[in-house]
Design a protein around this ligand. Sequence first.
Ligand code: AMP
Length: 129
Amino acid sequence: MASIFTKIINGEIPCYKVAEDDKHIAFLDINPNAKGHTLCVPKEEENKVFDLNKEAYSDLMDFSRKVAIALEQTVPCKRVGMSVIGLEVPHVHVHLIPLNDMRDMTFQHKVSLNEKEFVELADAIGAKV
Ligand code: AMP
């Protein structure tokens, strides 16, 4: 069965899209640890990050780096943290999280944004990618 991220990639369910290229998409995490928390996802569905072949792995890291630089230019933070988990959605994704505090990396410290904030944030980050 297609992952929820494949459904986003195929346009079957909506997302707050930040950026896209032929092999990847970046969109805002719907339950963010911090304002600007972004997911970078390869369009080809693979479960675990280290099962990607070397080229796909390095392409994903290049794409994530571009998005992270745009994110750091857009959202005030000390730095952008990166994490790969995948326990909830078994489709490879890189979490990019603007950090001001170690708690921002814990996935237990969540922030809530309204629809307008999500849209404006995704557009602002995307404009810099
Ligand atoms: P994990 O698989 O443990 O890395 O966590 C999956 C992440 O995807 C969580 O941070 C969720 O909030 C996020 N997520 C799940 N569904 C969506 C969605 N439809 N749009 C954006 N983010 C999502």
